[in-house]
Structure formats: C-alpha cells, structure tokens
Design a protein. Sequence first.
Length: 80
Amino acid sequence: MGTWGIGHWIILLVIVLVIFGTKKLRNIGADLGGAVKGFKEGMKGASDAAEPGSPPQQSAGELRGHTIDAEVKKESGTKA
C-alpha cells in the first residue's frame, strides 16, 4: 500500500483520457505552453527595458555596508 506501480498509472491515464478526451487534453497542453512562453518573453522584456546608460539598480541584499543618512522631523500640531 502507498506505492503506485506502473499498472496504477496506466489505469489512471486511461480514466483521464476517457473523461477529457485527447483533443481537450491537447488544447490544454497548447494553452499551458503558450502561457509559459508568454511569461518567459515578459520576463525577458522586463530585463531588456532597463536603459544601457543608466546605473544598475541594487537589491536590498546588495545594500549591506552602505550608510543611509536621513533626517526625521516631528510634525507640529495636534491631530483630531
């Protein structure tokens, strides 16, 4: 118990094919492939959008060791 043999997988595949049919499964596969392709192109386009002359942006992990200087001003007056 608990282990799936090759016979279990074949029966499961036959049941899925009977329920959905090969045409619908093919369409689902094509839609999923198109979505993955679109996601990869979107990620590639986002990295290409940075201008070559601009300095690279730093992530929070790359800012270690740098000092950030700022002033904090207290707001005068009371709030209702």
